[in-house]
Ligand binder design. Structure first.
Ligand SMILES: C[S@@+](CC[C@H](N)C(=O)[O-])C[C@H]1O[C@@H](n2cnc3c(N)ncnc32)[C@H](O)[C@@H]1O
Length: 273
């Protein structure tokens, strides 16, 4: 067993996570950090976290730094989480389609893909299988992006969906995939996955979006990170485009070009407002 995580080890990892991802680990996360990284320290045959830090901080250790980010990000998500957002999305897309242009949605902290596929199902329902829409789904965590691209989920994950959705939009697994479901290719091909660090998203040439889902990620950021993130996110919204945050989050008091249209939904002001 490696030696326990000291306060100095914790502070180094905390600073690294903050600088790399904006995630601000509070002191109460000490035990979580230790639990999630101890296995890795043992796997590498190291005696403790200060040796591990030497590995992580070496210039050539890009893959190990990604490992820390993957291990310490919290990825809880599920299909149709906060279902009113998806019924609203369907309505909004129907009312705001522009001829000749796809309706564009960005799931900006997509985790293992359930949010993006829920949006794809809702837009297929709203605009039809041949409807003009596209979805970009991004996350900083490379492990969850692999799961998302596979589009395969345990049966339990979809158990709360209406049976007709399961029948229409999922395929049952066979043999080694027994007990699993795969998102049907007509839906999954509408979603493109990419690694993007939200705190550097101004550098990504991903175009402008009608709707951006930024749900259940700002809770890990402090107010100044939130404000700078929202400035970058708003630059990726079309005028009158809508930012969707979680009902559990707030952006009240932050300086943004957004106007609230409903709880958790914010429209970007256009140039004449
Ligand atoms: C709790 S999940 C939210 C998933 C989904 N949006 C939902 O509401 O169900 C938070 C996600 O944010 C991602 N994340 C954290 N910091 C990030 C950053 N700087 N850039 C991109 N993604 C980040 C994590 O990897 C994680 O997958």
């Amino acid at each position: 067993m490696p030696t326990p995580l000291t306060q100095a080890d914790f502070l180094r990892i905390r600073r690294f996570m903050y600088e790399a991802s904006g995630v601000d680990l509070s002191p109460s996360k000490h035990a979580m950090v230790e639990a999630r990284l101890t296995k890795r320290v043992s796997e590498l045959g190291l005696r403790g976290f200060s040796e591990y830090w030497n590995v992580v901080s070496a210039p050539e250790s890009e893959a190990e730094r990604q490992h820390v980010i993957n291990a310490l990000s919290t990825n809880e998500t599920y299909f149709f989480r906060e279902p009113d957002h998806f019924s609203w999305l369907a309505e909004f897309a129907r009312a705001n389609q522009t001829p000749g242009q796809p309706f564009r949605v960005w799931s900006a902290a997509a985790s293992s893909g359930e949010e993006a596929y829920s949006a794809a199902i809702s837009l297929t329902e709203a605009l039809g299988e041949k409807g003009a829409f596209e979805i970009l789904a991004t996350d900083i965590n490379t492990e969850v992006l692999k799961e998302a691209r596979s589009a395969i989920y345990p049966r339990d994950e979809v158990r709360k969906l209406p049976p007709n959705f399961i029948q229409r939009y999922f395929l049952w697994g066979r043999d080694e995939y027994r007990g699993m479901l795969m998102v049907a290719p007509e839906v999954s091909r509408r979603v493109r996955f990419q690694q993007i660090n939200l705190n550097q998203c101004e550098r990504s040439a991903i175009g402008l979006f009608d709707v951006i889902f930024l749900r259940n990620v700002m809770i890990y950021f402090n107010p100044s990170t939130k404000e700078s993130l929202l400035a970058q996110i708003c630059d990726k919204l079309k005028d009158n485009g809508v930012l969707v945050i979680s009902h559990a989050e707030t952006i009240t008091g932050l300086n943004t070009p957004l106007v609230q249209i409903r709880p958790s939904l914010y429209r970007k002001r256009n140039n004449n407002e």
